[in-house]
Design a protein around this ligand. Structure first.
Ligand code: SF4
Length: 374
């Protein structure tokens, strides 16, 4: 018999626990170098700009939870663009070099290009432009791509779980067509939001037949498909280990049709392992959070729509940064509060997932991916 996660409370009413980070008594100026307890630097900030999405992907926002009675955050609870920009500048002073906007579906946030423009003006500690990117389901991408590029967005990642229209419609559960996603991708490519990455979450028995067709479709296009192991994010996606298809199997299946060889990482801490087609038709990636945990290099912090900080995708509680942003504190005070949170970080959930007690203790309390971004 297979095991499934049964929420012990009504997720529609759930609000996550958080604490307000303390401001240290003695304040230090940020140096751009910040390490956690395992020496992991803070390089990567993911900002969720909305908890809403127009898809109901079965592994992320299943309809039975995110239905008409689900209470999304009211507008006053969201961080304003000015608050997000202020927080981003403080994180950059600690060494963040890459910012990814996520959701929910980030293009649903009104005037998102305005926020992109504000963030694109920030330089890293070493004086380089930020690597500014966004993850989208592409439903609004054709309409927004040029404005996003003009505002300073560097590139986009698009979530697409199948190239077969019927399978994709079943997985997004709102009958959205593959052709419309592909149109969004083509438009983004045409305006220069490159390189585009296409993220496919592989669920054994649901869409694993789509692995080779996806590879075939995007080979030679300059677009990089990344195959992601189905993860136990949140408490509502009914994750089961037997639905995880290991990345090694993904590579083996593609390699049977299109010969592959491994290539090195672009930078330390890259989540995807890279492979290229031996015939020169481009590259793919695999993200193996379940079978090959990469916590040892994890330099990511997440800022939720309502301004809570999470140190791990599988966290059960966060830190209320909004309380500090709205509490009359200086940037230096907030920077020091963030520094002490990061310095105390030990998170490594993926390394512990194999321990049934750890899994059970967190099962019903993990934050949802639609709240924090992937
Ligand atoms: S499980 Fe948490 S600490 Fe490990 S890689 Fe994922 S986000 Fe980072």
């Amino acid at each position: 018999m297979t095991e499934s996660v049964i929420p012990i409370f009504d997720l529609r009413e759930h609000r996550y626990h958080s604490m307000t980070p303390a401001i240290p008594a003695s304040l230090e100026h940020p140096t751009g170098l910040l390490g956690d307890r395992r020496g992991r630097p803070l390089h990567d900030l993911r900002i969720s700009v909305t908890d809403r999405c127009n898809f109901r992907c079965v592994y992320c926002m299943p309809k039975e939870v995110f239905d008409k009675d689900y209470r999304f955050l009211p507008h006053a609870e969201l961080l304003s663009f000015e608050e997000i920009e202020r927080a981003a500048r403080i994180f950059v002073s600690h060494g963040v070099e890459k910012i990814r906007l996520t959701g929910g579906e980030p293009l649903l946030r009104k005037n998102i290009e305005k926020l992109v423009e504000m963030l694109a003006r920030i330089d890293t500690v070493s004086g380089r432009p930020l690597d500014l990117t966004l993850t989208t389901n592409a439903s609004l991408l054709a309409r927004k791509a040029r404005a996003l590029r003009d505002a300073g967005l560097s590139r986009v990642s698009v979530s697409l779980d199948a190239i077969d229209d019927a399978t994709f419609r079943r997985m997004n559960d709102v009958d959205f067509a593959v052709a419309d996603v592909l149109h969004g991708i083509e438009t983004a490519q045409a305006v220069g939001l490159a390189p585009i990455k296409v993220n496919m979450v592989v669920k054994r028995g649901t869409n694993d037949r789509e692995i080779v067709p996806m590879a075939r479709h995007f080979r030679g296009s300059g677009i990089i498909v990344r195959f992601i192991e189905f993860m136990d994010v949140g408490a509502s996606n009914h994750w089961r280990m037997d639905e995880v298809l290991p990345s090694a199997d993904v590579i083996a299946r593609i390699n049977e049709t299109f010969a592959l060889e491994p290539i090195g990482a672009n930078y330390a801490g890259e989540t995807a392992q890279r492979w290229r087609y031996r015939d020169g038709a481009g590259e793919i990636g695999v993200i193996s959070s379940v079978t090959q945990a990469f916590c040892g290099d994890c330099s990511r912090i997440r800022l939720s729509t309502e301004g809570r900080l999470y140190l791990c995708l599988f966290a059960t509680e966060g830190y209320d940064l909004r309380a500090l942003l709205r509490g009359g504190h200086s940037d230096l005070e907030i920077a020091n509060a963030i520094a002490s949170v990061w310095r105390g970080r030990t998170d490594n959930y993926s390394e512990q997932r194999g321990n049934a007690d750890v899994r059970a203790a967190r099962a019903a309390k993990k934050i949802e991916m639609s709240y924090i971004g992937g």
